[in-house]
Design a protein around this ligand. Structure first.
Ligand SMILES: Cc1ncc(COP(=O)(O)O)c(C=O)c1O
Ligand code: FES
Length: 382
């Protein structure tokens, strides 16, 4: 069996070969293998240098100061640290958190756990374009609102939030903005100061870096206080203990440096691939776009198909590696909570598929995808 055409970049991207090569050099005796916390010898200093240079590369992509970057195991941990760490540390100031119904489970489930801990959560329902508006947010703000968590780019739809406009409302209300940017790094320009972002979760593996590493941006001025969730040796200024995985971190740094250098080229490639894909489906009847293309990243297209069932369609599309929604929920037979939240009915949500592509997707991949789809739709509708 030939391997399927990979169109699930939103679940994870392949590691860029330039990144993989660098990571390998950080694992063995010939390279930077020591514990970066070891202060008593040169191998330790070299490892520390590698970590600090990666910290600068990550900070540079988002126009932050390297001292504002805290390494984590991924965006899930960064989301947990941002929400739980912030709400617990700021309990005395207020107990109200605002978020949306289309956040990733790492935010949704953390906010739900905080509700059980006695915090109060307002769940905003975005519009059909997958976006919360500043007016809507303004209406949800209260005296005791301390934190608002909204994602930069939605992982199922690709929709982009207008963070700068939302941040204005949040800061006017005296609260802090946390952004889940797992799907945004390398896709849209990010500048924490220009956009008014106070906390931001990032992940390496959505941006051509390795799985198992991420970071949380934590604003220093004004200083954001967080209560640590992982206690131990006091690494990362006490915010996240644990020996730093030098090779993972170096990989994330290199991947983020490439993301900055290649963002425009990646974007242009994404637009061309999306156009080719949609052109290839023009002859198909009963295809609806769940993604609001004009306000979304070009690399995620969520489509609904009339008169077919999603599971049968996925089965018929075995030549393509695609999914009905997020990888985490792909074992579920329930329709996506994200599609439901933007007002898509159950039947259509069940017959929806997310196509996501990226840096290494070729025209031939796209042509195979549209041909397979045309064929499967024809066969299933007969
Ligand atoms: C929007 C969003 N947030 C968080 C995550 C989780 O990131 P990680 O796999 O790094 O924990 C993902 C990816 O699955 C995501 O798409
Ligand atoms: S963590 Fe995002 S799909 Fe699972």
């Amino acid at each position: 069996m030939t391997s399927p055409v990979y169109l699930d970049y939103a679940a994870t991207t392949p590691v860029d070969p330039r990144v993989a090569e660098l990571m390998a050099r950080h694992l063995t005796l010939d390279g930077v293998y020591a514990n970066p916390a070891s202060r008593s010898h040169m191998p330790g200093w070299l490892a520390e240098q590698a970590v600090e240079s990666a910290r600068r590369q990550v900070a540079d992509l988002i126009a932050a100061d390297p001292r504002e970057i805290v390494w984590t195991s991924g965006a899930t941990e960064a989301d947990n640290l941002a929400l739980t760490g912030f709400m617990r540390a700021n309990r005395a100031r207020g107990r109200h958190l605002v978020t949306s119904r289309i956040e990733h489970k790492a935010v949704v489930d953390t906010a739900t756990a905080l509700e059980a801990e006695g915090f109060d959560v307002t769940w905003l329902t975005p519009g059909a374009d997958g976006r919360v508006t500043p007016t809507q947010l303004n209406d949800a703000m209260r005296e005791d609102t301390v934190l608002v968590s909204l994602m930069a780019v939605n992982n199922e739809l690709g929709s982009i939030h207008d963070l700068a406009a939302l941040a204005e409302v949040i800061h006017a209300g005296g609260a802090v903005l946390h952004v889940d940017a797992a799907q945004a790094t390398g896709k849209i320009a990010l500048d924490v100061n220009a956009m008014g972002i106070d906390l931001m979760s990032m992940s390496a593996h959505k941006t051509y870096g390795p799985k198992g590493v991420g970071a949380l941006y934590v604003r220093r001025s004004p200083d954001i206080r967080l209560e640590a969730l992982i206690h131990g040796g006091g690494h990362e200024r006490g915010m996240r203990s644990g020996t730093l995985p030098t090779h993972q971190i170096a990989g994330m740094g290199a991947a983020f440096a490439l993301a900055g250098d290649e963002r425009e080229a990646d974007h242009a490639h994404g637009l061309a691939m999306r156009q080719r894909f949609l052109d290839g489906l023009e002859a198909c009847a009963g295809v609806h776009c769940n993604t609001a293309l004009d306000v979304s990243v070009p690399t995620i297209v969520n489509l609904a198909f009339d008169d077919v069932d999603g599971e049968s369609l996925l089965m018929a599309l075995r030549a393509l590696a695609v999914s009905t929604g997020s990888a985490c929920n792909s074992a579920s037979v329930e329709p996506s909570y994200v599609l439901k939240a933007i007002g898509i009915d159950r039947i259509r949500a069940l017959a929806s598929i997310r196509f996501s592509f990226g840096r290494f997707t070729t025209e031939a991949d796209i042509d195979t995808a549209s041909a397979e789809l045309r064929h499967a739709l024809g066969a299933l509708r007969q």
